[in-house]
Design a binder for this molecule. Structure first.
Ligand SMILES: Nc1nc2c(c(=O)[nH]1)N[C@H]1C(S)=C(S)[C@@H](COP(=O)(O)OP(=O)(O)OC[C@H]3O[C@@H](n4cnc5c(=O)[nH]c(N)nc54)[C@H](O)[C@@H]3O)O[C@H]1N2
Ligand SMILES: Nc1nc2c(c(=O)[nH]1)N[C@H]1C(S)=C(S)[C@@H](COP(=O)(O)OP(=O)(O)OC[C@H]3O[C@@H](n4cnc5c(=O)[nH]c(N)nc54)[C@H](O)[C@@H]3O)O[C@H]1N2
Ligand code: SF4
Ligand SMILES: [Mo]
Length: 720
């Protein structure tokens, strides 16, 4: 049952992706106890447009699909059974305390999410460091945009996904969109690219698949997955060879060009064609289209970033921007299209292993002193940096014996998921706070059901760095509590009477103070300003500061104000194809499901549109394998085997197959993926691993050797 009655229309934002579309909610349902989404045209980012996920988001508020009350595992039966909140919170506090007392504070881990509001992410980080005293906290954003974040830091001294608002895109001359399928992952944002073309600007899309986004492009480059680094270096080589560098910009605004230039010059066009599969004439055309207009942008998303060389890859695209003077100037620059609802804010306020609020570094003594001051503790009591997300999950059951998880479903979304599932099962104690019984929550000792977007207030920071307010439109049902209430209750049971308020605005005001003077400075932002100004762009250090929609126009955020070229060279993926595993698997998304699917797989309309997993493959590969459209294909990697129906299309490279990762079970793409980590960002290589294919119907046993023959066929197709 849903709670109290809603009387007026409430302006708020979508619970899902980083576009954070504005929407209005109004009462719906027989007794007016539910809500429905109605158009909100006054919010500039989406101007009323929504995708199907946003439109149907209220369906997850229904008692039919959500958790109604806490669950505690009965040790006798191993089954989760209903419990009171008092019992559940006591069980969690007890589980965490027992582990800490027996094995030390670092035996307790915390895993957060980029979907959590700023208030929740901030409180979760504070809870881990103060109440639990553990260094072992990280979050799923590590799996998302961490490589772009690291490259941003390295080149510009600051990481904000887009250094300019989306509204600048239609006014530039050319956009290179690298590994983003915007048409499916942020549909209302496609408008910016359409307007770009209407204004005479050009669009280049880099994707191994001819996606709905690539279909919009003037030029589509389809590299072999995992070769974007070589591609960007090849383009930079041609920029130099054709005399298209902006030497004044390089001299006045950057450092490190000679080394970066030398590194690029060893990537000859013919070599780059051989590595990437992109023909030299297309490379030349891309350089011409990018360099001819006065302004241009490069935007990356998960394609080039989710690689074991993602940081260097993004670095190479940044180098291309810097060498051509397309950064730190109006209508030009590099940006990363962040993914999760609070993908930007969630990486700024301390749920990351090495971080304190305001995007401060945990190992910086001044940062520790400042934040400890706000928290009223001795800086020496703050733990140091911990492990990255995959390393943390991989340590479950060994070094880390208890875990508190809030806002992620790693059983479906972590790389090498069968192994991670085993690690989760081997824990002494697992507590999960979620809105539904996700695949990960189902493994927990205690499940804490929490309120959802429309039932609570909090801020998110969208992909532009615009801080927004989501507002409560409806009373939550009886049996659930907010994440802030959960952390407050646990803190109290663990001896912290104060310091964990449950009122989001009170938390935000503390976050403002904690972030003051840091790189992501929210000090001047208030709930009231956000509402009055359609969001406020950080940094915003003072109440009378206008916020900063555009960064780097005068100087970059490095100590000397100059952008830093980083010399990078191409290297192989963590796992290359070979005779046994001759095909490249890449993974990603479809428009009608979100992430691990925990929420969207519970919405009938979305399931009708995207009912299950599939393996996208080229007709040539399908034919040699002997599978027809819709027939089951087994995809086998060194980590495991997944089976899903074939979806045959000429829109993919013949040496590559694609699987979306939204489903658990037999078709789980992450059973296959390789957790090779980027050395800087610790991003796992979701976008590249080596697999072989088998026609699953025949590989079952009746025809021994058939699978093997099919593998070899796949190998020939891949080679050809
Ligand atoms: N419908 C929907 N929308 C979403 C989400 C969702 O789950 N569903 N999730 C949100 C989140 S958290 C994120 S991070 C964003 C992600 O948004 P995107 O990055 O747009 O999504 P992906 O589908 O992961 O990857 C984009 C493209 O990268 C391509 N690709 C694969 N390998 C490579 C490669 O080696 N190089 C290049 N250049 N491209 C490659 C894929 O073919 C794919 O078309 O979407 C957000 N929006
Ligand atoms: N193979 C492959 N794997 C990938 C990717 C890929 O491209 N390929 N992409 C990666 C990327 S970019 C991402 S971002 C991750 C995402 O993968 P996950 O981290 O699994 O993200 P979600 O599915 O959004 O999980 C969020 C969970 O938290 C719950 N939840 C939602 N809101 C709240 C809240 O406010 N509080 C609490 N307590 N719970 C909440 C949801 O119901 C859901 O169960 O997947 C990664 N995995
Ligand atoms: S594009 Fe993203 S924010 Fe907008 S409605 Fe869809 S999921 Fe929600
Ligand atoms: Mo993401």
């Amino acid at each position: 049952m849903l709670g109290g009655m809603l009387t007026t229309v409430t302006s708020t934002h979508c619970p899902y992706c980083a576009l954070q579309c504005g929407m209005n909610l109004r009462p719906a349902g027989e007794g007016g106890e539910g809500v429905e989404v109605v158009e909100r045209t006054d919010f500039p980012v989406n101007r009323g447009a929504l995708c199907g996920k946003g439109r149907t988001a209220p369906a997850v508020l229904s008692s039919r699909v959500r958790l109604a009350g806490p669950l505690v595992k009965n040790p006798a039966t191993g089954e989760l059974e209903p419990a009171t909140w008092e019992e559940a919170l006591r069980a969690v506090a007890e589980g965490l305390r027992r582990t800490r007392d027996g094995h030390g504070a670092d035996a307790v881990g915390v895993f957060g999410g980029g979907g959590l509001t700023n208030e929740k992410a901030y409180t979760l980080g504070k809870f881990a460091r103060l109440v639990l005293g553990t260094s072992q906290i990280d979050y799923n954003g590590r799996f998302c945009m961490s490589s772009a974040a690291a490259a941003h830091q390295r080149a510009f001294g600051l990481d904000r996904g887009l250094p300019f608002p989306l509204e600048d895109i239609p006014r530039t001359g050319c956009v290179i969109l690298v590994g983003s399928n915007l048409a499916e992952t942020m549909p209302p944002a496609l408008r910016y690219l359409t307007e770009l073309k209407e204004n005479g600007g050009r669009l280049i899309v880099v994707d191994p698949r001819r996606t709905r986004t690539a279909e919009q492009a003037d030029l589509h480059l389809a590299p072999r997955p995992g070769t974007d680094l070589a591609l960007a270096l090849g383009l930079l080589h041609l920029v130099v060879a054709e005399g298209r560098t902006d030497d004044d910009f390089i001299r006045d605004r950057t450092t490190g060009w000679p080394d970066a230039r030398a590194a690029a010059m060893s990537h000859w066009p013919a070599l780059v064609e051989r590595i990437t599969g992109v023909p030299v004439p297309q490379l030349r055309e891309a350089v011409r289209v990018f360099c001819e207009p006065d302004n241009a942008m490069v935007l990356t998303a998960r394609g080039p970033e989710q690689q074991s060389k993602g940081t260097d890859t993004v670095g190479a695209w940044i180098n291309l921007c810097l060498a051509t003077g397309r950064a730190g100037r109006p209508l030009s620059g590099y940006g990363c299209l962040t993914g999760q609802g609070n993908g930007q804010g969630g990486r700024e306020h301390g749920q990351k292993a090495d971080q304190l609020p305001g995007y401060r570094k945990l190992d910086d003594p001044a940062a520790r002193a400042h934040v400890a001051g706000v928290w009223g503790v001795d800086p020496d009591t703050l733990p140091g940096p911990g492990r990255s997300a995959y390393e943390l999950l991989d340590a479950l059951g060994t070094d880390i014996k208890a875990l508190l998880l809030m806002g992620s479903n790693p059983v479906v979304s972590a790389p090498r998921a069968a192994h991670i599932q085993e690690r989760l099962e081997s824990l002494d104690f697992l507590a999960v706070a979620d809105v539904v019984l996700s695949e990960t929550a189902a493994l927990a000792d205690v499940v804490l059901p929490v309120t959802q977007w429309a039932e609570e207030t909090g801020t998110t920071t969208n992909l532009e760095g615009r801080v927004l307010l989501r507002r409560r439109a409806i009373q939550p049902p009886e049996g659930v509590r907010s994440d802030l209430e959960v952390l407050h209750g646990l803190a109290e049971l663990l001896g912290w009477e104060k310091g964990f308020p449950t009122d989001p605005e009170e938390v935000f005001d503390e976050l403002r103070r904690a972030s003051a003077g840091g790189p992501a400075d929210y000090a001047g932002i208030s709930y009231r300003r956000i509402v009055e100004e359609d969001g406020v762009f950080w940094p915003c250090p003072e109440a009378d500061h206008p916020g900063t929609p555009r960064l780097f126009l005068d100087r970059f955020a490095t100590p000397d104000g100059l952008a830093r070229f980083v010399p990078v060279t191409h290297r192989a993926a963590g796992e290359e194809t070979d005779e046994e595993y001759p095909v490249v698997l890449t993974t990603g998304r479809v428009v009608s499901q979100y992430q691990s699917g925990a929420q969207t797989r519970r919405v009938a309309e979305l399931n009708a549109a995207a009912p299950g997993p599939f393996v996208e493959l080229h007709p040539r590969l399908a034919e040699r394998l002997g599978v027809a459209e819709g027939e089951p294909v087994a995809v086998v990697s060194r980590r495991g085997r997944a089976v899903a129906p074939a979806r045959i299309t000429t829109g993919i490279r013949p040496d590559t197959v694609f699987m979306p990762f939204h489903w658990p079970g037999e078709g789980r793409a992450n059973t296959l993926t390789n957790p090779a980590l980027d050395p800087t960002s610790r991003m796992p290589e979701f976008k590249v691993c080596a697999v072989r294919l088998e026609a699953a119907a025949r590989a079952g046993g009746q025809a021994p050797g058939a699978g093997r023959a099919a593998d070899q066929a796949a190998g020939r197709a891949a080679g050809g």
